[in-house]
Design a protein around this ligand. Structure first.
Ligand code: 4NP
Length: 156
């Protein structure tokens, strides 16, 4: 899960997905990163933490890290929160950039629309709630879209 600063949007996505994946009994590994590196080592934004916690998800332990080319080796899917983030990932990933692994996170909820989840950095708390709700819906859709259908065990 990738955004610009890795302090507002992608930490929420990491927190929600880890919670939902574990609840669904799946073993997928989730991480988040940012493309601009301005906040490396910092905890998520105060309002991202507050809104997540209001929804029962504690993201206070997360620390911002920079997106690196090796992320293309480590992960099967890399989701960007916005179109501009994909452009940044191309610059950072250089020859490792792999478009087949990259998608906009909103395309899981609304396929083919290429919508951004807007950066709430300078907005009020209400913007963080809006971002949280969108990420929550996209996370739910992502799990539904990618989980294997349950095997039916034939009875004798
Ligand atoms: P995020 O929000 O990408 O959702 O973490 C931002 C946080 C910091 C900056 C930009 C976006 N910044 O430029 O510092």
């Amino acid at each position: 899960m990738v955004c610009l600063g890795n302090i507002c949007r992608s930490p929420i996505a990491e927190g929600i997905l880890k919670y939902k994946i574990s609840k669904a009994g799946l073993t997928w590994q989730v991480d988040s990163a940012g493309t601009n590196g301005y906040h490396i080592g910092e905890a998520p934004h105060r309002l991202s933490q507050k809104v997540s916690l209001k929804n029962g998800i504690d993201i206070s332990h997360q620390r911002s890290r920079l997106f690196v080319p090796d992320d293309f080796d480590k992960f099967d899917k890399i989701y960007a929160m916005a179109n501009g983030v994909i452009e940044e990932m191309k610059q950072l990933g250089k020859e490792k950039f792999d478009s087949s692994k990259v998608d906009l996170f909103m395309n899981e909820l609304k396929p083919g629309t290429n919508l951004d989840i807007l950066d709430p950095l300078y907005g009020p708390e209400a913007d963080y709630h809006q971002v949280y709700d969108l990420i929550e819906k996209a996370s739910e859709a992502m799990i539904k879209n990618h989980r294997q259908p349950k095997q039916l065990i034939p009875t004798l």
